[in-house]
Each structure stands twice: as structure tokens, then as C-alpha cells.
Design a binder for this molecule. Sequence first.
Ligand code: FAD
Length: 479
Amino acid sequence: MRVAIAGAGLAGLSCAKYLVDAGYTPIVLERRDVLGGLVAAWKDSDGDWYETGLHAFFGAYPNMLQLLKELGIEDRLQWKQHTLIFNQPEKPGTLSRFDVPDIPSPFNIIASILRNNDMLTWEQKIRFAIGLLPAIVRGQKYVEEMDKYSFSDWLKRQGVGERVASDVFIAASKALTFINPDEVSSTILLTALNRFLQERYGSKIAFLDGSPTERLCQPIVDYITERGGEVRLNAPLKEILLNPDGTVKGFLLRGLNGAPDEVITADFYVSAMSVDPLKVMLPEPWKQMDFFQKLEGLEGVPVINIQLWFNRKLTDIDHLLFSRSPLLSVYADMSNTCREYANPDRSMLELVLAPAKDWISKSDEEIVAATMTELEKLFPDHFGKENPAKLLKSHVVKTPRSVYKATPGRQQYRPPQKTPIANFFLSGSYTMQRYLGSMEGAVLSGKLTAQAICESLPEASASNLQTLTRPPATNAATA
Ligand SMILES: Cc1cc2nc3c(=O)[nH]c(=O)nc-3n(C[C@H](O)[C@H](O)[C@H](O)COP(=O)(O)OP(=O)(O)OC[C@H]3O[C@@H](n4cnc5c(N)ncnc54)[C@H](O)[C@@H]3O)c2cc1C
């Protein structure tokens, strides 16, 4: 059976991978000339990679880890020391660490919090711990109910001071969703905290050993094509063509460079596009349906990725850093963290600028200049008056609409993968799954879509479903 999938981000590729496993023939149609969507990367004229985003993998990503294992590429994740590292804006150039000891959860996380006295006072720690109790006791149901509050409001309701939101959770909020704690739904941070508290290696971080396009997406494409599937770049979906009964008749692709438009037909159709292009492409009759109207409640959030190459080494830290700065979110010296970008003599910083709504229309020069000013606080020894480090080159990648903007109340708008249209399914990290707008969420959504397609056939064979619902691999983060 043929399945046409629009979008070769991680969701579309994961969906196709699990469909070939279940005996289907997927054809993935990607608008751009590059794989990966939000994990896409390009090589510049010097042969250096630049990326859509700095991507960190977590131990609490069971579906991503299982996928890598199934592809035989789990050794491409470079696991870092189990610690979370934060800049201290009030003491420029200094860092505060939450070192997580190798003992069972949640004691490992609790110990890391108790041992850190730079960022939280004892009173704040106790109040926060008490505030977290309902989430621990009542679990995901409570976490979902809290979607009506912003994280700042939730902290206030738990009696935890506002300073904790601005000082501590600004880092987590910006890293997870590219917005501030006063804008983000509590469900997001509580979900992440819950995962970290429940899984011993959940908060352990890894980096891929090269560009996601080449080291992560290409092996998925190889796996699909070796088993009879197809992945086409430069194949933009222009229109979803309907049968008289409202089901999908075909995907109309826009012909590029003077080529005629082309109709792709299949037994099933999947949109693995992000939510914004899907909304524009909905056929008129579907727009009246409740299911699709709900998509209006979702939209992508802007974010900017910056890569800066310097003439010397700024740090030897081989890890993700949380800047806690108003301009920046997380950053890393990729010359230390990533094998393919390694350089013993020169730093290459990759930094995420968020929230980006006031910066997205500014020029690359303005964005780089503002980032350089911020670096004076993060690395005062290298950007002081004397002999400052020299910026050799930079790349700025702006994404005006990235993952769905996770403001309060969004959970109710996130659709399941199965739609009311019998032969049309959705995939993407914005669709409902428990890992929110992340790589893990994208991979899981693709797997859920493949599963929904298998289940939609009355004769769905038990073995096909078994392949898809295999329990996740043992945790590679223990390595
Ligand atoms: C700066 C940044 C940093 C991030 N950091 C992390 C991180 O550290 N950890 C983490 O887990 N996640 C991170 N993420 C989030 C993660 O990248 C996304 O959640 C995930 O990649 C989304 O995958 P997706 O397949 O759902 O959507 P997308 O990647 O958006 O894929 C959708 C695809 O559909 C294609 N498409 C659109 N329209 C059409 C059309 N008409 N025809 C055909 N194709 C079309 C697009 O080109 C795209 O390839 C980050 C994202 C960004 C932007």
C-alpha cells in the first residue's frame, strides 16, 4: 500500500520509517532542497555546517533513542556529563552547576537541587518542592489541568516568588519553547520536570556528532529507500485534491523551474508539514469541520539560531549552557561538543536567540552585534578591552514560525494523528503526544501516525502493529 507524506522533517521521516517496517510503501515529498525541516543544516563555501537550530538530545527521549538504535547509529550521540550548567548574569563569566549524582530518580535530581546554593535559597527550594507535590502525586492529569496557567502564574499560586521565575525558569522556558515564563503554559515545564524526576538519566544531555541533515536524517532516508520507499526533495505540495465524498484524491505538487504540476496518488495521505503551512492548504470543505477549525488555535513561534566562529578558544566546556540572559537562550561551544565541528584552537559558538519576535525582522548585522554585546557578559575575559577575541565569520538562521507557540490553553487545540477524513492523517511535533514541540515529539508523532494508518485497516495484521508498538530501547544515556 502506498502512503504519500508531505514534509521531510523528523515527523515525516519517522512516519515513513515505521510505515516501511509495517510493509507499506511511503513516498515522502519535501518542499525544500534539504532534509530535516527544523533540524535542517547547510554547508557554507568554507565547508562549515550551519544549522536551523542548536539541538540537544535528552536521556528522556525513548523514541528517538529507539529509532537511532534501529538505524544502527546510536553511537552518533555524544553523551555529556550528567549536569545542567547555568550562567550567573549577576556575576559575569561565572557558572552555576546542577551536578546530578548517579543514584536512582528522583533522589538524583533532588540531590542536585539541594547541593546548588547559587540559584535558589533554601526557602525557595522548600516552597518549590511543596509546589511540585501535586504534579508528583497526581501525575500527568494534574500537569494537563495546569495548561490554563502560565508558568509564572503557577509559581505565584504555589507561593514561590516571582524571582524564581525570572531568574531560574527563564532558562528552562526559553530553552523548551522559545518564550518567557510569563507566556509559557505550566504544562510544558511541569511535563519536563516530571520526566526528569521520574527517569534516572532523563536530564542527561547528548549532542549529535555532526550535522542533523547528514548524520540523522540521511540514514532514515537510506533505510526507507533501501526498503522500497521514496523521498523526494524540491517537491512542494500545492493543493490537497478531494473526491466528491471529501476524502483525498491526490496530492498536487507544484512543478518547479517551468516543470508542470504533478498529481501523486496513494492509498493514504499524511501531512507532516508544520501547522502553519497546513492551515493555509486546508481544502475549503474541511475548513468548516470542528477538527480542522481547532488548528486555528495553534501557530509557530519565531526563533533565531546564530553561529559565530572565533580566532581563538573561548572555553573548554563540553556541554550545553543556559545563558539566563534576556536576549539568548541556550548555547554551546560546538568546537568542543560535536566531533565533526571539533577544533582545538578556535571556538565556534552556536546560540539560540529567544524570544525572537522583536528580532526576527532585524538584519543579520544587528542580531550579531547584539549577540556580541551579550558575549561580553558571558565571556568577560575574552571580550574585554584588551586583546578581544576576533569574530571570523557568522551565520544567522531565522525561523519566523518554528514549533507551536506553547502559551496557556494550547493543549486542547493539538490534534490527534487520526483525522475525521478516512484516508488523511497528521504528523508533526505540534500534534498530540506527550513530548511537546521537540525532536522526540516529532519522532513519536511519526510513529503514532504510522500506527494510526495500520489500525485504520480492518485487516491490520497483528505483526505490523507489533513492530510499531515495540517497547522503547534500553536507555542509551546510561552509556
Ligand atoms: C532553533 C531551534 C532549536 C531547537 N532545539 C531543540 C532541542 O534542543 N531539542 C529538541 O528536542 N528539539 C529542538 N527543537 C525542536 C525540533 O527541531 C522540532 O520539534 C522538530 O524538528 C519538528 O519536526 P517536525 O517534523 O514536526 O516539523 P518540521 O521540522 O517543521 O517539518 C515540517 C516539514 O514540512 C515541510 N513542508 C512545509 N510545507 C510543505 C509543502 N507545502 N510541501 C512539502 N513539504 C512541506 C517543511 O519544509 C519541513 O521540512 C528546536 C527547534 C529550533 C527551530
